[in-house]
Design a protein. Structure first.
Length: 122
């Protein structure tokens, strides 16, 4: 994938894999990034068939996975402490904030961070 970068929340990635045309259009010709926490969430899902799991693993090879660093950790700690965010959401938001990559999500609770990150909602 090429083009403009987007940090894709777990729910958007799942919709895309399930064939949702809205997400497919949005992600088309984009450089897709995910947080390491999204990688854990999608690979840790227990309900895949062997074929589905193989497809997810193959697709992840074309997605840039952003690991946690000290900056992301510090921002996530602040989001948990000050904004009372759940850890997984705080790590995803912190990744968007630190990298400056727009976050694509359906989760409305990220709206409170609009001044801190660029948000693309579906």
């Amino acid at each position: 994938m090429s083009g403009d970068p987007l940090l894709v929340d777990t729910n958007i990635l799942i919709h895309h894999w399930n064939g949702d045309p809205r997400t497919t259009r949005l992600l088309d010709n984009k450089l897709i990034h995910i947080s390491f926490i999204t990688e854990i969430e999608v690979l840790g899902f227990h309900g895949y068939t062997a074929h589905e799991r193989a497809k997810v693993i193959a697709d992840l090879a074309f997605i840039r996975i952003i690991d946690m660093d000290a900056g992301i950790k510090a921002v996530a700690i602040d989001l948990c402490a000050k904004d009372r965010m759940k850890l997984a959401d705080a790590l995803i938001a912190a990744t968007a904030i630190r990298t400056g990559i727009p976050l694509v999500t359906e989760d409305k609770h990220f709206r409170k961070l609009k001044g801190m990150l660029e948000l693309v909602e579906l």
